[in-house]
Design a protein around this ligand. Structure first.
Ligand code: HEM
Length: 224
């Protein structure tokens, strides 16, 4: 049950990320299009059937619930696994087989730390993008300007790159894991399985799409 909860909540957040990454590409259409998408189109979706910002708030509540369920399930499963594996109070990896055995990868080792980095990244990012709370490079009412001001600074680009690499590793393993939980893994070996290739491909595509905006601004002067 908890594994299903993790898989489904993870897929909900992944769906959001795919829409978000696609939306970010509007940046390349210029300030007017980008700002009207964020300041006009998104807040007025299904208006007047939904109030202003209605769909955004439904999405925010859904994402918050998904995040809490995901983190709770992860922590509970991890604790259970530790107890069941007899790791508590002992060295975690008892044998060579365990260390190198099937279904272990760099990503699966780093899910927990990657998850923590991600959480910090999301908190910082939302504080920067949403209400003008923190505004590296300068505050503005235009979200386009805020994005450009921030990504003109090397340390903002660096922090985002670290956050996005964490997104990539987390997704590459997490998507594989979710598909396996939901019964889509029909392969005997992890490394040659089709869903491993699909998961790594999807994670790479998503990270590259997200990175395109900060890199275009910092390295190629886009937006200024
Ligand atoms: C360089 C990459 C990114 C850029 C340029 C970017 C840009 C933005 C912008 C402009 C907003 C404000 C949207 C609005 O006003 O409706 C926003 C919101 C948000 N972003 Fe990102 N984003 C990036 C990566 C990410 C990543 C990787 C995540 C998650 C892991 C993320 C999660 C969010 C969330 C949760 C919100 C709040 C949405 C809301 O409540 O309306 N973003 N982002």
């Amino acid at each position: 049950m908890l594994k299903y909860a993790m898989a489904v909540s993870g897929l909900i957040m992944l769906t959001y990320l795919l829409v978000h990454a696609y939306g970010n590409l509007k940046f390349f259409q210029g300030q007017e299009k980008f700002d009207s998408y964020l300041h006009e189109t998104l807040p007025h979706m299904f208006y007047p059937y939904l109030p202003e910002d209605g769909l955004l708030w439904i999405m925010r509540v859904a994402l918050t619930v998904a995040l809490v369920v995901h983190a709770y399930a992860a922590a509970t499963l991890w604790r259970r696994n530790r107890v069941a594996g007899g790791y508590v109070g002992a060295t975690r990896y008892h044998s060579k087989q365990n260390r190198t055995g099937n279904q272990r990868s760099y990503a699966s080792f780093t899910m927990r730390w990657g998850g923590v980095i991600l959480l910090l990244f999301i908190i910082g990012h939302v504080a920067q993008m949403m209400p003008n709370w923190i505004h590296p490079g300068g505050a503005s009412d235009s979200k386009y300007d805020r994005v450009v001001n921030g990504f003109d600074l090397w340390w903002v680009v660096l922090l985002y790159t670290i956050g996005l690499v964490a997104v990539g590793f987390h997704l590459a393993h997490g998507f594989w894991s979710a598909l396996t939980t939901l019964g889509q893994n029909r392969s005997k070996y992890r490394t040659t399985s089709r869903i491993t290739a699909i998961s790594i491909g999807l994670a790479t595509l998503l990270v590259a799409t997200f990175l395109s905006v900060p890199f275009a601004i910092f390295f190629f002067g886009a937006g200024s």
